[in-house]
Write a protein that binds this ligand. Structure first.
Ligand code: PPE
Length: 318
């Protein structure tokens, strides 16, 4: 991990090393924080943040579900994100906004603890390895199920939810797999530890609907839009596990994972066992947009240089 030099912490730009919390922070004890993962891409117009509006909206949606009042407006957070990428002089980076309950109170009413906000940036390459985007990854169906309805709010990106993802990932890696796909509590396909799942069969594209304990992925929505523009029918449905073994193609979508092909599930090859044509087409459409190689018809890219600067950048060594 190559971190940015500065972190936006409660309204101020501070050096990475100084962006710390107290060990009494509520979030550390109870998982009471909400986060986002966003990417900025290198474009001919300089670095540009991908789907900034959708990510900031989901951040506030997650906070709303968790009854967390953010002490900044969505516009202030958006500006702070652009400013942080600019300060850190990244060409491309991963951005991690975090709203967390700080130190001040123990106990299970988090509203007694203060709400604090941080925006971190770091350089983060291909999530599932450099070859994954072309070769595809080997995945396993997890023995861990996704959270049942009305247990944890799957639609909200709350840190505590990610215990499940961590258990899935450790199990997968120990078994020699790159990633795991979880079923929901009824046994339908849900999602990866940090990705949404798409299945292609006979040129129709299927993805689990919101009723299957998924995070409503921003990349998922982008992929649906691009696939429809490419002329494919996309259906949000309930998928039985065996569709994973009958698929012509499977791919995963996520900010970190981007669009990653799956080449096997439970050691069974997916289709021909390599990236398929639909996956390749949607990947190409995706990378054409994020790299600024084609016109940004959907307004998905926000140039970092459009940020309104609130204060001069601290000089290095401050
Ligand atoms: N499901 C889950 C559970 C999830 O965490 C992510 C993002 C997605 C789906 C895809 O959502 P989106 O990024 O909006 O397309 N996972 C984030 C965290 C990964 C991590 O390891 O940290 C991410 O990709 O940023």
């Amino acid at each position: 991990m190559t971190p940015g030099r500065y972190v936006w912490h409660n309204g101020k730009m501070v050096p990475w090393e100084q962006a710390t919390v107290h060990v009494a922070a509520h979030a550390l004890h109870y998982g009471s924080s909400v986060f986002e993962g966003i990417r900025a891409y290198d474009t001919p117009q300089g670095p540009a943040v991908f789907c900034l509006g959708a990510h900031v909206r989901r951040l506030f949606d997650s906070c709303r579900v968790f009854r967390m009042e953010v002490p900044y407006s969505p516009d202030q957070i958006s500006q702070a994100i652009l400013e942080t990428v600019g300060y850190n002089e990244h060409r491309a980076c991963y951005i991690r906004p975090l709203v967390y309950r700080g130190a001040g109170a123990f106990g299970l009413d988090p509203r007694k603890a203060p709400t604090e906000v941080a925006i971190l940036t770091l350089e983060w390459g291909a999530y599932l390895g450099p070859e994954a985007l072309e070769q595809g990854v080997d995945v396993v169906v997890s023995t861990w199920r996704r959270m049942a309805p009305a247990t944890h709010p799957a639609m909200a990106k709350i840190a505590g939810n990610y215990i499940n993802s961590q258990l899935m990932t450790m199990e997968a890696r120990d078994g020699g797999f790159a990633e795991a796909i979880a079923l929901d509590v009824e046994g339908h396909v849900s999602e990866g530890s940090g990705e949404n799942v798409f299945v292609v069969r006979d040129d129709v594209v299927y993805t689990p609907s919101l009723a299957h304990s998924i995070l409503p992925g921003v990349t998922r929505q982008v992929a649906i839009t691009l696939l429809r523009e490419l002329g494919y029918e996309v259906r949000e449905v309930s998928l039985p596990r065996e569709m994973l073994y009958l698929a012509d193609e499977i791919f995963l979508t996520g900010t970190a994972a981007e669009i990653t092909p799956v080449r096997s599930v439970d050691r069974i090859p997916v289709g021909a066992g390599r990236r398929g044509p639909v996956t390749e087409k949607v990947q190409k459409a995706f990378y054409d947009v994020v790299s600024g190689r084609v016109p940004d018809r959907h307004g998905w890219l926000t140039p970092v240089r459009s940020a309104r600067r609130s204060e001069p950048a601290p000089s290095p060594g401050d």
